[in-house]
Design a binder for this molecule. Structure first.
Ligand code: EPU
Length: 337
């Protein structure tokens, strides 16, 4: 397999940052993946999926493995449900469209999320009231150390809000090679109550929506709010929505009575980071080639030639300002390298 040296990663991260990989290989088969891991045990390995949740502030002094495994197949099927397996290198949105074409339901709300299938479980991608964990059956991963294959079932993954075992205990230890999803075949459980979906369907005079209608509504909403990474570099939400205790919430709401919020179990509250960033005055602001998107303050953008450090500096300024104005810490959602 070809190992390239000093390779630009500009086309491999959705922020479009021109950082370099010391060594780089794109793997298209499981055998070649195992082989490259086996013959490079002394080298640091960096696993790269769709590069859609990554801010590169420096060059990567490691062997970057671009996981380019492709394929989608049915594992099990009944009249009601289907278990579909997709290889890690499949583009997430193309996989969603494939499922919709075949009338497999469950991931239509996750339309248009950038990234690949293999990285979706790592941060338990979510949007419009659905998270990956809702349809996740299992995934297969190769150990970087000894190249054995391990299956992670749902209960092994510790899925949480934009979180999983793959960001914690097993970080850097495995390469996810495929993911299995349990999807519905006819009695689809549509989730249209979240955000603007219902409104969008109503605007389009759709009374009994199909999964395709829901997907199209989500695509329209996302396109109206979120920048397309092919046009303006970005990584979706840069920060997580902070979760605060009931006590902190009471203090906060007294001073900020107009804030939208979601009540969570155990007397905790989720506050939209986008609202905090907007109220801190950053929405739509541009600083050189970096900035805060005009329609969604949670998204930091690269207008062309921003460096990872410039974006990270902006992120830190936002963190400091929000902290001093609201006494709330914003934790990045993206992986900052
Ligand atoms: N808001 C503002 N100003 C802004 C942005 C948002 O006031 O600039 C307010 C909105 O008015 C709304 C609330 O914040 O009341 C929530 O906004 P929105 O529905 O747009 O969602 P979000 O909480 O900002 C989350 C996810 C998105 C996902 C949407 C829809 C996180 C960190 N982000 O954003 O995920 O698409 O919900 O489900 O949880 C991503 O992770 O990359 C991503 C885009």
């Amino acid at each position: 397999m070809k190992i390239e040296e000093n390779k630009s990663l500009k086309n491999y991260n959705t922020f479009g940052i021109d950082a370099k990989a010391k060594l780089f290989a794109s793997v298209t088969t499981i055998d070649s993946l195992k082989n490259i891991l086996k013959t490079n045990t002394e080298t640091d390995i960096f696993v790269l999926g769709g590069g859609s949740n990554l801010l590169l502030t420096k060059d990567i002094n490691a062997l970057v493995l671009h996981i380019n495994l492709k394929g989608i197949k049915i594992i099990e099927e009944t009249d009601e449900a289907v278990i579909v397996e997709a290889m890690a290198g499949e583009n997430w949105h193309e996989f969603v469209l494939h499922c919709i074409e075949n009338d497999y339901g469950g991931i239509e709300n996750l339309s248009l999320i950038p990234g690949n299938v293999g990285t979706a479980p790592i941060q338990n991608i979510g949007a419009y009231g659905v998270e990956l964990k809702d349809v996740f059956e299992s995934c297969k991963a190769i150990s970087i150390n000894n190249q054995t294959t391990k299956t992670f079932r749902k209960e092994d993954c510790n899925f949480g809000y934009r979180n999983s075992i793959f960001k914690n205990e097993t970080k850097g230890k495995y390469v996810i090679i495929s993911v299995r999803f349990r999807l519905t075949k006819n009695k689809h459980l549509l989730k249209t109550s979240y955000g603007a979906i219902a409104k969008k369907l109503e605007e389009n005079h759709i009374v009994n929506p199909t999964i395709k209608d829901v997907s199209e509504a989500v695509i329209a909403i996302r396109n109206s709010k979120l920048p397309n990474p092919e046009e303006i570099g970005n990584s979706g939400s840069f920060f997580k929505n902070p979760i605060i205790s009931g006590k902190e919430f009471n203090r906060f709401i007294a001073k900020n009575p107009t804030v939208p919020f979601y009540k969570l179990p155990e007397n905790t509250y989720k506050i939209p980071a986008g609202w905090l960033i907007e109220k801190a005055g950053f929405k739509g602001k541009r600083f050189g080639d970096t900035g805060v998107h005009k329609n969604q303050a949670l998204v930091l953008v690269n207008y062309g030639n921003a460096t990872g450090n410039e974006i990270w500096e902006l992120a830190k300024t936002i963190q400091k300002t929000v902290q001093s104005k609201f006494d709330i810490f914003l934790e990045p959602e993206v992986n900052v390298i």
